[in-house]
Ligand binder design. Structure first.
Ligand code: SF4
Ligand code: SF4
Length: 390
């Protein structure tokens, strides 16, 4: 159910402080301090990219020390968490359709225990995503609250069709650091053709509501490019609409696992000039996410993230979890690895680490994957012979 606009919390209305960190406060070093370097005013906002690794130097050093016998012991930077396998859409390219046959097994107590474990172990963030549609889970508001209470940053990937009917629901959205709406269409017709029902206009209305939240998470739009939604003129119109609504970015990535739907349309000319200081168009995944087999490189980068499914299975990565022949590292609440830490440092992960660090194994088994760009960077670092110089 969608809320009437007046019932969400909007910018300018009074409300509790957000769980996410703000910006724009006074410089703690005082007015005479040397000013921090700033990007040019026109620089577009950036939410993804390999440069993010620089924010986690300890993690980077730890995963570079990992080898076949010794997995990186530090917790992942963030985890991808599914609260539910239910979804109100039927996208033709849904890569989680197999996973979504499982039951929803999380309880509030299990979530609390998981977040305690992640926060104590040093994880920084939790992304609520599919499996199914996170906002269909009755646990979502509580889960967002529980993350904030433990200092875990939270993000949300949603189809954007259903927000919340009350102020508590709006508060839980405003606690997030970022929200990405998977729109994947530039017209109502494309939407129905790809997702099985109409919903384009409603999703756009809800994006506008999300952009009005106070505090305001970063709000972006994800777009899986296929041969059915790659019209450059319509995409340009969509970009202009999103700018008008106040969204921060449009991220376009290639369809995976459905070669019959692939598009190689060049969109750069149609979209490049939409970027400005408050809106970015990210086309990098269209090339970064294309290689299969992880370029034959070892996958050190798997350790940056982990996937926790709604049926409590914990996977080493968000692509092999859809491969029925690849087992989970463990199941929360079962066996020795009862908690996340036990699974992360347990035998199941150790065995999979040995596979994933073998470039030949990755070449044979890895589908297209967003982690390949990190693995390419790590391989480049590993080739350096003169690490003490710039
Ligand atoms: S909205 Fe997401 S989870 Fe639902 S069918 Fe589409 S891709 Fe799958
Ligand atoms: S699919 Fe391969 S490259 Fe991607 S995270 Fe999994 S193991 Fe790594």
């Amino acid at each position: 159910m969608n809320p009437p606009p007046g019932r969400l919390k909007f910018r300018g209305q009074a409300g509790p402080a957000a769980g996410h960190s703000g910006s724009g406060g006074p410089c703690p070093a005082g007015p005479g301090a040397f000013p921090a370097a700033r990007p040019p005013a026109e620089a577009a906002p950036s939410e993804t990219g390999t440069e993010k690794l620089l924010l986690f130097p300890e993690k980077l050093a730890s995963l570079r020390r990992a080898d076949f016998q010794s997995p990186d012991p530090l917790y992942p930077v963030s985890v991808e968490l599914s609260l539910t396998n239910r979804c109100d859409l039927g996208c033709v390219y849904c890569s989680d359709s197999g996973i979504r046959r499982g039951p929803d097994l999380f309880t509030p107590a299990l979530l609390e225990r998981l977040f305690d474990d992640l926060a104590a172990g040093g994880a920084r963030g939790v992304v609520f995503e599919g499996g199914g549609e996170p906002l269909l889970s009755p646990l979502f508001p509580e889960a967002a609250e529980a993350c904030a209470g433990r200092g875990l940053a939270a993000g949300l990937i949603t189809n954007g069709l259903r927000l919340f009917a009350d102020a508590a629901g709006a508060d839980s959205l405003a606690r997030l650091q970022w929200i990405r709406v998977s729109l994947d269409a530039a017209s109502e017709g494309q939407y129905a053709s790809l997702k099985g029902r109409r919903g384009y206009a409603r999703a756009l209305r809800n994006i506008a509501l999300l952009c009005s939240l106070d505090p305001r998470p970063a709000v972006g739009v994800g777009y899986v490019l296929t041969s059915r939604n790659d019209d450059p003129a319509l995409l340009r119109e969509l970009g202009l609409t999103l700018k008008g609504l106040g969204a921060d970015y449009l991220q376009i990535r290639p369809v995976v696992d459905h070669p019959e739907l692939e598009s190689r349309r060049d969109l750069s000319e149609a979209l490049a000039d939409l970027q400005d200081g408050s809106f970015s168009v990210n086309l990098a995944p269209l090339s970064d996410n294309l290689p299969v087999g992880n370029l034959g490189l070892p996958c050190l980068a798997h350790s940056l993230s982990a996937v926790i499914c709604a049926d409590l299975r914990v996977f080493v990565c968000g692509r092999l979890n859809a491969d029925p022949s690849f087992p989970p590292m463990g199941v929360l609440g079962q066996g020795h690895g009862e908690g996340f830490g036990g699974i992360w440092r347990g035998e199941g992960r150790a065995a999979q680490n040995a596979l994933l660090l073998d470039g030949a194994w990755c070449a044979a088994r890895c589908p297209r994957c967003r982690m390949t760009k990190y693995n390419r960077l790590l391989a480049d670092l590993g080739r350096l012979k003169t690490p003490d110089f710039i």
